[in-house]
Design a protein around this ligand. Structure first.
Ligand code: SF4
Length: 165
């Protein structure tokens, strides 16, 4: 049975920067949870950041690959540089994904860690740009397909392909 890495906040865990969850009501996700397929994970908490914590964005909305390459930092609203924690969280996510043989992930859109289509532009003004987060960039680099919480059905298609159904 294929396992699926999923953002912990989508599974109701209160791990977001504001101390809240972003629980998904997706029926397919609920089915997978019952089947024991899901591996909930929060890269920011596992990277050592507290809950709650100041919101963070990638400098210039540069995207996760730029952070992995050392070309952009992740900065918090209080001015602190949290790049190291984001990189540690991404590595921890990859390690967990590998340990479960994960090939598909469903991660929270817009996050500087978990976003896969859009991230914020680094100005803390609520503006989004096309781009991905640090964890997503690392997972994709290692061949793991990342889907947003709005594309669970697409993740299901991928899963069926993998399982040969
Ligand atoms: Fe959710 Fe990912 Fe942010 Fe953790 S890092 S709170 S899993 S979006």
């Amino acid at each position: 049975m294929e396992r699926i890495l999923v953002s912990a906040c989508l599974m109701g865990r209160k791990v977001r920067y504001d101390g809240a969850a972003k629980t998904s009501g997706d029926a397919l996700l609920a089915t997978w949870r019952q089947e024991g397929r899901l591996v909930p994970f929060c890269p920011e908490v596992e990277g050592g950041l507290p809950v709650p914590r100041p919101a963070a964005e990638i400098e210039g909305g540069a995207g996760g690959a730029a952070v992995l390459a050392g070309a952009a930092r992740v900065l918090a609203t209080d001015g602190s540089d949290v790049t190291r924690a984001f990189l540690a969280g991404a590595q921890a996510a990859l390690a967990v994904a590998r340990s479960f043989g994960v090939k598909v992930a469903i991660l929270k859109e817009g996050s500087p860690s978990c976003g896969s289509l859009t991230i914020y532009d680094g100005t803390f003004r609520g503006r989004r740009l096309p781009g991905n987060g640090v964890t997503t960039a690392l997972l994709e680099l290692h061949g793991i397909a990342v889907f947003t919480e709005d594309r669970v059905a697409d993740a299901g298609e991928r899963l069926r392909e993998l399982e040969g159904a």
